[in-house]
Unconditional design. Structure first.
Length: 507
């Protein structure tokens, strides 16, 4: 790899020269995109997992071709034919490479936003190398415009870096939960290494060594690396700051700290033993603590191993093998639609960046003998946003399965993450039923002061206001960041931001 690319990756990891997350961004946001080399920009501009901007516009598909796994994690329980769970390791159909390619082509024809095919399980792709690379090879022949990426625990990564590079795979995600074997022994009961099952600290030591070696090899070849880490309270919560520091120093592009999913009904060891998941505030605090060292991804949805569609939605039920077999597809026309959409989105995003960086008209100079001190501005405000994608407020409150959480402040609006909720309304826009589900939705939005949505019914409006959350449907179809800042400025002008958030909660 050429040295300039390594330099750009290091800059992107540190955010030192062009803002990065230390300046309030997360993922490869618009601010970061301006500082990337042309090569790195090309790799991330339409990848929804590697770019916060792109996740509003582009879709991905996970091909479930890798059933076997070579390690056991205390937070993992792989399940098949389970349509109601949305978490890693869960699939409804296990595919052969031929079936995966056929399904990918069908999805890419029906969803022109489709830009990425990833293999993330339900086991580990590199514990199933024949199935994984056969899928990549066949798809690259038939749809060369689709980006290929892989997500791995890293145990077998060093052995397959050369093959990943030969297949032009430009994005690899490694799950790294620790760099200390004593911490790792609490997370991994065993690994399967060189035809032996190894347990305890020795197992963690081997896994960590392989992960770090694989990370270094990928970066040296110009492959972008995203590091996933599962936040496990009391196990690796404080330790993840060290993980972030080390992977950043080795050239990783992005760090995704995810909350542990530990409900007992999922059947994981942690779930059955009562290990709690982190709160939203704990997750945010750790992400904030890490972001000075590493660009943080905050828009992750912890997708199923067979997820289809935009992040935050799953259209897998539309593309079962039976339905795919019945589809008649014009592949040339589908490719043309995908390429046209990408050109349109690229032009739109470039226009937004140009507008944001356009020189402002000089203000009239006023000479005063005594310049007054700058008044203190209001506090940050958390806002929940109902959206179906494209970076705009375009969803009815009652139809949202999740809300994006933005923080609006003097510095601007930034995405902090998302919160999943139960579907409040499955009917038309009148939406008046489902009180218990509404109550759970309101609890999920704790800490938010505003909900931005395209529309909302009378009943949820009243209950949200009673909970101290102000519904706002006045900015339907507007850009999320613009709307959030408009509402924040209205709150500031009306004096609502003079009271600290803690005082507001006690009132």
């Amino acid at each position: 790899m050429d040295l300039p690319v390594i330099t750009d990756l290091t800059k992107a990891a540190s955010g030192a020269s062009f803002g990065g997350c230390s300046a309030g961004s997360c993922g490869s946001s618009a601010q970061q995109m301006n500082g990337l080399s042309d090569d790195v920009r090309r790799k991330v501009q339409d990848h929804p997992c590697y770019s916060e901007e792109a996740h509003h516009y582009f879709a991905r598909m996970h091909a479930a071709v890798a059933p076997a796994c070579n390690i056991q994690c205390n937070y993992c329980n792989r399940k098949y034919d389970c349509s109601n769970e949305s978490r890693p390791g869960v699939v409804s159909e296990l595919l052969t490479p031929e079936q995966a390619v056929k399904k990918t082509l069908a999805v890419a024809a029906a969803i022109p936003q489709m830009s990425v095919l990833g293999i993330a399980g339900p086991g580990d792709p590199l514990a199933n190398p024949e199935r994984t690379f056969e899928t990549f090879r066949k798809l690259a022949e038939k749809a060369p415009d689709i980006k290929l990426c892989v997500s791995t625990n890293g145990l077998m990564l060093p052995a397959h870096v050369e093959e990943l590079s030969r297949h032009n795979i430009e994005h690899v995600t490694i799950t790294i939960n620790c760099v200390d074997p004593d911490v790792g022994a609490k997370i991994y009961p065993w690994i399967f290494w060189k035809n032996k099952r190894i347990r305890g600290r020795a197992a963690a030591e081997i896994l960590i060594e392989q992960q770090q070696k694989g990370l270094e090899m990928l970066v040296a070849r110009g492959i972008l690396v995203k590091v996933n880490s599962v936040l496990i309270p009391g196990v690796n919560d404080e330790h993840l700051k060290e993980v972030s520091r080390i992977v950043k120093a080795k050239g990783a592009f992005l760090h995704n700290v995810m909350p542990l999913i530990a409900e007992a009904e999922h059947g994981t060891f942690y779930g059955l033993m009562g290990q709690r998941s982190p709160s939203g505030d704990e997750l945010k605090q750790l992400q904030d603590a890490c972001e000075g060292d590493m660009n943080m991804m905050r828009h992750c949805r912890q997708c199923r191993a067979d997820a289809v569609g935009l992040l935050g939605e799953d259209r897998g039920a539309e593309f079962t093998l039976e339905k795919v077999e019945a589809m008649q597809i014009d592949h040339e026309a589908a490719l043309a639609r995908r390429l046209a959409l990408r050109e349109k989105v690229a032009a739109e995003l470039e226009a937004k960046r140009a507008l944001a960086h356009a020189p402002k008209a000089p203000a009239m100079q006023v000479i005063t003998l005594h310049r007054p001190a700058k008044p203190a501005l209001g506090r940050p405000v958390l806002m929940a946003v109902a959206t179906k994608g494209s970076g705009v407020i375009n969803q009815h409150f009652g139809h949202a399965r999740e809300f994006l959480i933005y923080e609006a402040s003097e510095a601007g609006a930034r995405l902090l993450g998302h919160r999943k909720t139960d579907l409040y309304c499955s009917g038309d826009d009148t939406c008046g039923d489902g009180e218990s589900v509404l109550a759970r939705t309101i609890r999920a939005l704790e800490g938010c002061e505003v909900v931005l949505c395209a529309k909302i019914g009378i009943e949820p409006w009243g209950q949200l206001e009673a909970a101290g959350i102000k519904p706002n449907g006045e900015h339907a179809m507007e850009e999320i960041e613009d709307a959030a800042m408009a509402v924040w400025r209205e709150m500031l002008a009306s004096g609502k931001l003079a009271t600290p958030a803690t005082a507001r909660k006690r009132a």
